[in-house]
Design a binder for this molecule. Structure first.
Ligand SMILES: [Fe+2]
Ligand SMILES: [Fe+2]
Length: 300
């Protein structure tokens, strides 16, 4: 069957790229270099309050501080998501033949994500901020997804989180006004995530095509659309922890409401996800009742 050959061809290509271009954050990052107190941690126009009256009320030092906490929050949620993805990938390959390139590449990706999570953790440590976490209900949903997700949900959820982070990090790594540590971490992550995104895109298309073949698959596809829409909601609503606002002296509930009403922040979310949103639309995964979740996530 051609899909098996395609699957193995993708895996062979990605295994070769991984062997030739992988980083070791332990040696590739200078962890002892001090942070520059004058530099932002993210471009100002990507911060959630940018352009709001609350933003206008912050001085330069508070804006830098907000950028430090927002990036720490995104990295913390990134770790949470990568840990979930590692569980999903291991479940995905547990019953498959380990001699295949597909299984070996999935294990390679688990290895990448493991290094990424340690890299993000050390970056947050270097920032001196808390490790922010998604809300308890989102963490409960994550545990549920981690225990139950099939292939469609696994690779769609992976793509949503990976593509959003990728868009933000591509911009950060190219911006020489930012903290060098943020730029280097972003660069390493962008290089290694490019192959994860390729893997998830190809596998997701195959999983969706396979589900369409039978009635049971079509029923489970309808359920998957809802779960994927809910995952999108979790990602956008967890990115910026309200504690980031409290860290610069703002009322967290008021600032969070201002961020969600901020057209610039909503546009940042939509922009960061536009590649994955349009791909999932092409695959018919953003249809029916799930569209409401995508709209509430600010991604449509
Ligand atoms: Fe990663
Ligand atoms: Fe990844």
């Amino acid at each position: 069957m051609p899909t098996t050959d395609e699957r193995e061809a993708t895996a062979a290509r990605l295994l070769k790229i991984s062997a030739g271009n992988s980083y070791d954050p332990d040696v590739d990052i200078d962890w002892r270099a001090p942070l520059d107190p004058q530099r932002m941690f993210a471009p100002a126009h990507r911060l959630s309050l940018y352009g709001t009256p609350l933003w206008d009320g912050l001085d330069e030092r508070q804006r830098i501080e907000l950028s430090r906490h927002e990036v720490a929050s995104i990295a913390s949620v990134g770790i949470w998501f990568e840990m979930l993805l590692m569980r999903l990938l291991l479940r995905h390959v547990s019953d498959q033949d380990p001699r295949t390139g597909h299984v070996q590449y999935a294990l390679t990706e688990v290895g990448d994500e493991c290094r990424h999570s340690i890299m993000f953790a050390r970056m947050i440590e270097a920032f001196g901020t808390p490790a922010y976490r998604p809300a308890p209900v989102e963490r409960a949903l994550g545990r549920y997804l981690g225990a139950t997700a099939g292939g469609v949900q696994t690779f769609a959820a992976a793509l949503i989180a990976e593509e959003i982070l990728d868009a933000l990090q591509r911009e950060a790594m190219a911006d020489d006004s930012l903290q060098p540590l943020v730029r280097m971490v972003s660069r390493i992550h962008v290089v290694e995530e490019a192959r994860h995104i390729r893997f998830a895109r190809d596998e997701l298309a195959r999983q969706v095509a396979a589900s369409r073949r039978g009635l049971a698959g079509r029923v489970s596809l309808a359920y998957s659309r809802l779960m994927i829409g809910r995952a999108a909601w979790t990602v956008t609503h967890s990115l910026i922890h309200p504690g980031a606002y409290a860290a610069v002296g703002l009322d967290p509930a008021r600032a969070r409401a201002a961020a969600w009403a901020n057209p610039a922040f909503r546009e940042t979310l939509r922009w960061s996800a536009e590649r994955v949103t349009s791909y999932l639309q092409e695959l018919g995964l953003v249809e029916g009742p799930a569209r409401r979740l995508w709209k509430a996530s600010a991604l449509l």
